[in-house]
Design a protein around this ligand. Structure first.
Ligand code: HEC
Ligand code: HEC
Ligand code: HEC
Ligand code: HEC
Length: 237
C-alpha cells in the first residue's frame, strides 16, 4: 500500500469518492425519491460547530463532547507547540501553523477547492468530524427539514433513520491512513482497532460497537497482521 498522498492527490481522492457516490445515487434514483439528499458533488464542508448543534446531547452519546476530548480536536494548536517548531525546523517549516507540509494532516478539508467549503478556514482547523465523515451540508439540511416536519415534540428515544449516502457513516482504516502514515514526522504504527477505541463515540441507541479484528490477510491493520497470525488466516477475497 502506498501513502504518498500530497495535498493534491488528497483533493483528487475526495473528488473521486464524490464521483463514486454520484454513480451509486444514479443507480438508486429509480427506486428512491429524486430529492433524496446525498453526500455527493455539490455537498460542502460546514465545520464541527454546526454538527455540535445536533450531536452534543447525552441521549445520543455526545459525539461532539467525546471528540473534544481527543487530540484530533487540538491538532492545529499542537502545531504551535515547541515540539512542533523543532520538528518544523528540521523539515524547513519555520512556522508549522502556516506550513502546508504540516497543515495537510492537522486541519480538515485541506486541499479541497474553495467552492466546496461553506465554512471559513479558521472554522476547519483541527481534525474535525468531516475529516472522517465527509462534507456535511446536505446532511445538515436534511436533518433540519426532518426536525421541522417532526414538529415540537420529537421522539428522541429512537434514532432517526438517515438515508444511505446522506453522510459517510462507515469509516475504515484507509480513511484514517490518509493522515496516519509514514510521511508524518512523528509516525507511530497505526493499529486501527486500538486507535478506534480511543476516539470512539457510538450512540447508545444504535447498538453499534467496535468490531474486533481480523478475519483475513492481508489486512489494513498493522497490529493484527503479524507474520505468524497471517499464516493462520484465510486469504482476503
Ligand atoms: C486529517 C488527518 C487525520 C485523520 C483522517 C485521522 N487522524 Fe488521527 N490524528 C491526526 C493527527 C494530526 C493527530 C495528532 C493530534 C495531536 O497530537 O495534536 C492524530 C491523533 C490520533 C490519536 C491520538 C493519539 C494519542 O495517543 O494521543 C488517535 C487515537 C487517532 N488519531 C485515531 C484515528 C483514527 C481511528 C482515525 C480514523 C477513524 C483517524 N485518527 C483519522 C490526524 C488524523
Ligand atoms: C501525513 C500526515 C502528517 C503530516 C504531513 C504532519 N503530521 Fe504531525 N501528526 C500526524 C499524525 C497522524 C499524528 C499523531 C501521531 C500518532 O499518534 O501516530 C501527528 C502528531 C504530531 C505531533 C504530536 C506529537 C506526537 O508524537 O503525537 C506534533 C508535534 C506534530 N505532529 C507536528 C507536525 C509538524 C511540525 C509537521 C510539519 C513539519 C507535521 N506534524 C506534519 C500527521 C501528520
Ligand atoms: C477520526 C475520525 C472521526 C472523527 C474526527 C469523528 N468521527 Fe464520528 N465516527 C467515526 C467512526 C470510525 C465511527 C464508527 C463507524 C463504524 O463503526 O462503522 C463514527 C461514528 C459516528 C456516528 C454514528 C454512531 C453510531 O452509534 O452509529 C455519529 C453520529 C458520528 N460519528 C458523529 C460524529 C461527529 C458529530 C463528529 C464531530 C464532533 C465526529 N463524528 C467525528 C470516526 C470519526
Ligand atoms: C440539524 C441537526 C443535525 C446536524 C446539524 C448534523 N446532524 Fe448528523 N444526524 C442528525 C440526526 C437526527 C441523525 C440521526 C441519528 C439521531 O437520531 O440522532 C444524525 C446522524 C448522523 C450520523 C450517523 C448516520 C447513521 O446512518 O447512523 C453521522 C455520522 C452524522 N450524523 C454526522 C454529522 C456530522 C459530521 C455533522 C456536521 C458536519 C452533522 N452530523 C450535523 C442530525 C444532525
Amino acid at each position: 500500500m502506498s501513502f504518498k498522498l500530497n495535498h493534491l492527490s488528497y483533493g483528487v481522492r475526495l473528488f473521486a469518492s464524490g464521483l463514486a457516490v454520484v454513480a451509486l445515487i444514479g443507480l438508486g434514483l429509480a427506486t428512491s425519491t429524486p430529492s433524496a439528499p446525498t453526500n455527493a458533488a455539490g455537498n460542502k464542508y460546514i465545520g464541527a460547530d454546526k454538527c455540535k448543534s445536533c450531536h452534543a446531547s447525552e441521549t445520543s452519546g455526545n459525539p461532539h463532547g467525546k471528540w473534544l476530548e481527543t487530540t484530533h480536536a487540538k491538532a492545529f494548536e499542537k502545531l504551535g507547540s515547541d515540539d512542533a517548531k523543532k520538528i518544523g525546523k528540521e523539515k524547513g517549516a519555520e512556522d508549522p501553523q502556516k506550513a502546508d507540509a504540516c497543515l495537510k494532516c492537522h486541519v480538515t478539508a485541506f486541499g479541497v477547492p474553495a467552492a466546496e467549503l461553506k465554512a471559513k478556514p479558521e472554522q476547519l482547523k483541527n481534525v474535525q468530524c468531516e475529516a472522517c465523515h465527509g462534507p456535511g451540508e446536505n446532511h445538515m439540511k436534511a436533518r433540519f427539514a426532518a426536525a421541522a416536519a417532526a414538529g415540537d415534540n420529537p421522539d428522541t428515544s429512537k434514532r432517526q433513520v438517515v438515508p444511505e449516502g446522506e453522510i459517510t457513516v462507515k469509516v475504515e482504516p484507509k480513511d484514517c491512513k490518509v493522515c496516519h502514515h509514514d510521511q508524518s514526522p512523528t509516525f507511530k504504527p497505526f493499529c486501527f482497532h486500538e486507535r478506534l477505541e480511543k476516539i470512539a463515540h457510538y450512540d447508545p441507541r444504535s447498538g453499534h460497537k467496535i468490531e474486533k479484528p481480523l478475519t483475513a490477510c492481508p489486512c489494513d491493520d498493522d497490529c493484527g497482521c503479524k507474520k505468524g497470525d497471517c499464516a493462520k488466516l484465510p486469504k482476503k477475497q
